[in-house]
Design a protein. Sequence first.
Length: 122
Amino acid sequence: MNNIKNIHHVAIEVSDLRRSVEFYKTLGFTVEKSIDFQGEEVVFLVREHLRLELYEVEGALNKSSNDKQMHLAFEVESWSGILDWITENKLIITEGPFNLENGWRTIFVKGYDGEILEFMQC
């Protein structure tokens, strides 16, 4: 698929957003931006070419590793191209599409093995 530009981020649900941000800072990450997504704060951190998305979920600390939500996000060049690709591959849309306050467009789909993939145009 020629529409993919690069991997945009890896998302991790955390039990305490502030604590996790500070932890990842000790690993050399810096805060890139914080956005509001459906009333919840989401923080993006970067370190060289790696971007993390951290978001707080109540009870995340007590979840088993099988219940934790993570996703891999790809940046795309063409919004209509990715929507066509999702349809052609019969993928299930789990959330979105959304137009974020910072101008990004995003959609979440379930991969063939249940993995969550996000495609976004920045």
